[in-house]
Design a protein around this ligand. Structure first.
Ligand SMILES: [Zn+2]
Length: 398
């Protein structure tokens, strides 16, 4: 997919580029340019409805020509289409310089980062390598980088003076993410006021979605793609925004603190059981199900950061450790979900906002020793969460 869009862009760049790339096109009859002397390296090969398609890039002594391509389609081993964009041979001196640059590419890459420190936080999609850059065919370094937060992919060409000579946005993004303004309680309604917050949102689709979280609801009040997110808590759709915000918050923390970035997004389903008011709050198989609360045991579950973040932590733990949900492994699973949540919120209590029967459901201040282990899922989880909770409180005091 990635290679595919890369080749596509390469082809487009090739098509729109002027001299000295020489363009040819042959559709199975008439004059066909001879490309036999041209050295290439194959980039892509695929088959479609009996046709075989290959795309190659032109090279000189194994150094690719930026923007060059030869695309051939054949049917039953016979060529039926060919198009190309190729360059004339560079000078011996240019090739010599290109090879020298290839040898020292690591040094140039590190020097480039010193000159352009903004790129230090970007991930490398394809490390720096030398290409011959038309029209002058001078050797430059090409690197493909991905911005961590937006997943934006950029191709950068820079020269030996560490100057950027060209940048291109790469790939076809399925999601167009935009930072939008929303109303939410940043730390829940007990510890914070309703505030204006920013969330990353895919604007091409209904609902709330980005690369980390997707929120849907069983209620009839869906969020359309054009819907502004500055909704008051009295709005039926507010629960989706608040849950979206909480889940993103803790997943960003996992990413920044522990470099944990998962390749799928967690699905949150709010108002589970609608129109019934249920007390559902559980994670299973990439999905978090949240009821609104029956107003007897729980109320407005989506407003409770500890509940949404506890369930989101299960998603992370599931990806990293595949812990079970019952037995000792289940207690470990619960303990770690509580530990991450309370560490992030810097508050030992779980369920403080939504629980109606007491001040909170449980707290990592509870200490249970290994001797007291009795097989109870949450009881035994406190052996671990209490240990970390004590450590956390100690840190908070110092
Ligand atoms: Zn749990």
């Amino acid at each position: 997919m990635k290679t595919c869009s890369f080749i596509f862009i390469l082809a487009v760049v090739g098509c729109t580029q002027e001299k000295p790339l020489q363009h040819t096109r042959w559709s199975g009859s008439g004059y066909r340019a001879s490309l036999v002397d041209i050295q290439t390296k194959q980039e892509l090969s695929s088959r479609s409805a009996g046709e075989s398609i290959t795309v190659s890039q032109q090279v000189f002594e194994s150094i690719p020509v930026h923007g060059s391509f030869i695309k051939t389609i054949s049917f039953k081993k016979k060529s039926i289409f060919e198009s190309s964009a190729t360059a004339a041979r560079p000078s011996q001196n240019q090739l010599k310089k290109a090879k020298l640059l290839q040898q020292n590419r690591s040094w140039y890459w590190l020097s480039f980062l010193l000159q352009h420190p903004d790129y230090k936080t970007w991930d490398i999609e394809k490390p720096a390598s030398v290409v011959l850059n038309p029209p002058d065919m001078d050797a430059v370094l090409m690197v493909i980088l991905r911005e961590q937060k937006t997943f934006k992919v950029q191709r950068i060409l820079f020269n030996t003076a560490l100057k950027i000579v060209q940048t291109d946005e790469m790939g076809s993004q399925i999601v167009e993410l935009k930072e939008v303004s929303a109303l939410a309680y940043p730390q829940g309604p007990i510890k914070s006021d309703l505030s204006q917050v920013k969330v990353l949102r895919d604007l091409n689709n209904d609902g709330l979605k980005n690369l980390k979280v997707k929120v849907e609801t069983e209620s009839l009040a869906k969020i359309k793609k054009e819907q502004p997110l500055e909704l008051l808590p009295s709005d039926e759709r507010f629960d989706q925004i608040q849950a979206f915000y909480f889940a993103n918050k803790i997943l960003n923390w996992f990413s920044e603190k522990f470099a944990v970035d998962l390749d799928s997004n967690v699905n949150i389903l709010t108002q589970v059981g609608f129109p019934e008011k249920t007390n559902a709050a559980f994670y299973y198989n990439e999905k978090i199900r949240l009821g609104t609360g029956d107003d007897i045991v729980f109320s407005k579950i989506y407003l409770d950061p500890s509940i949404v973040m506890h369930e989101t932590s299960h998603f992370v733990i599931d990806h990293l450790a595949r812990l079970p949900f019952t037995g000792e492994g289940g207690s470990l699973n619960e303990a770690f979900a509580d530990v991450f949540t309370t560490f992030f919120l810097n508050s030992p209590r779980l369920g403080e906002v939504a629980y109606k029967k007491a001040q909170f459901v449980r707290s990592v201040e509870t200490k249970i020793t290994l001797k007291e282990k009795n097989g109870g899922l949450y009881h035994d989880s406190a052996i671990i969460s209490g240990f970390f909770g004590a450590y956390d409180l100690q840190l908070a005091k110092n």
